[in-house]
Design a protein around this ligand. Structure first.
Ligand SMILES: [Zn+2]
Length: 185
């Protein structure tokens, strides 16, 4: 059922057009990927479970995201770049199968569904699977997005995940109060 896992072609094209205009797609992707690999090893324990980069996320970044989220992120990333701040997506859209693998990993790592849910949700509940969440890095870029993201409606959602952002408010409106972690959702 590959069709169901992909956004409509027109939506994808629109999102990519926004990103192309922001200079976020094209030849620089491999350089960005290489820089990120050097800066943020996969084994980074601060992002255990929920944020294991996979090949698809590294290659795509914004592919499969809700077009509104993709556009908001593109605009924010443009301003971050202009301000000299490094910002990238470490994980965006995930297929149900990818999320299931992360969930299974989380169960193994944390020992129970209750403990795992603080860091990773099953496919039926994850906003990554619906294309409505992004994980960003590096830490400095995430902090910049936390401080400035509400201009585009982008909000950090959880106390324990400095990297996880969603489109959660109207532009230039205060973000909702953060939840302690994803298990409170
Ligand atoms: Zn996330």
């Amino acid at each position: 059922m590959a069709v169901q896992r992909r956004p409509a072609g027109a939506r994808r094209v629109a999102a990519l057009a926004v990103l192309a205009s922001a200079g976020l797609v094209g030849g620089s992707v491999s350089a960005v990927t290489a820089a990120r690999a050097a800066a943020e090893p996969i084994s980074d324990t601060t992002q255990a479970g929920a944020d294991i980069p996979n090949a698809k996320a590294i290659a795509g970044g914004v592919e499969g995201l809700d077009p509104r989220l993709a556009a908001a992120y593109a605009a924010a990333a443009n301003d971050a770049s202009a301000a000299g701040v490094t910002l990238w997506i470490t994980s965006g859209y995930r297929t149900p199968a990818e999320q299931e693998a992360l969930w299974e990993d989380g169960l193994q790592t944390y020992g129970s569904p209750e403990a795992a849910r603080r860091w990773v949700l099953p496919p039926s509940e994850s906003t990554h699977v619906t294309g409505q969440a992004i994980d960003v890095g590096p830490r400095e870029g995430a902090q910049w997005l936390e401080d400035n993201g509400s201009h585009w409606g982008l909000c950090r959602m959880y106390d324990n995940e400095w990297w996880h952002f969603e489109l959660a408010t109207a532009p230039d409106t205060a973000c909702p109060l953060r939840l302690p972690d994803a298990s409170d959702r």
